[in-house]
Write a protein that binds this ligand. Sequence first.
Ligand code: GUN
Length: 291
Amino acid sequence: MILLDGKKVAGEVKAEIAGRVAQRSARGGRVPQLAAVLVGDDGASETYVSHKARACSEVGFLSQVVRLPDTVGERELLCTVAALNADAAVDGFIVQLPLPAHINEHRIIEAINPAKDVDGFHPVNVGRMMLGLPAFVPATPAGIIELLGRYGIETSGRHCVVLGRSHIVGRPVANLLSQKARPGDCTVTLCHSRTQRLKELCRQADIIIAAIGAPGFLRGDMVREGAVVVDVGTTRVPAATRSGFRLAGDVCFDEVAPLCSYISPVPGGVGPMTIVSLLKNTWTACTGENG
Ligand code: GUN
């Protein structure tokens, strides 16, 4: 069994980006700037945004966090989005999700200039990605594809089972893996809460992407020998740690890992790859070059 070491690969990708930033800067070019809008004080969102800001400084990007209280009105949030759209110093920005229930998430996302939508959530980017056109691809699916690619995992003609149909992970990763591309060319089954005979489907999979947010959901008896398993789960569960919690994946690692040819751990698998994908999108937003 080989561990898909996202932390290590992300470090390599960050070093590549840092090199390009230094070169650009030496030629007198402007360094990329990412902005993040953070509404309220959700602990997980705070952590994600601070990781993104730290990654920016590691590669030499500028970053800023726009903090708004969870009582912010939709109109005020739309004004913040408009200001970031208009700010020439900001190459790309994200609005950290989830937003408070009184705010219409779609309305906010649709207000983002697609050319600055480094999360790839705007319908223009979603549509362009579906068509295989140049687009900002959401960071987690892009990170999963990059991880599979960097480990040279053959995907062509393989059966991939994706667990979870979220707009952020399940749907886009299922779409990308079905595209005529490398990695890609998979036969994809997208499973969700209403799927019947789930265990049977999983046992037929060469590759399983688990993205449902249910700790330990994928058990040993659902995985065939030699499968590739990518764990996208990051649920906070109470634990005797300094923070009082630990991150739990969707895969029962102890049962599943011995069966796998490759498996990604939690933490240290997909999470770090997600952050570098966001950096790559920001690089593209700034320079027009591929990340
Ligand atoms: N919430 C969970 N994942 C994400 C993400 O990739 N982007 C944003 N903006 N919010 C999230």
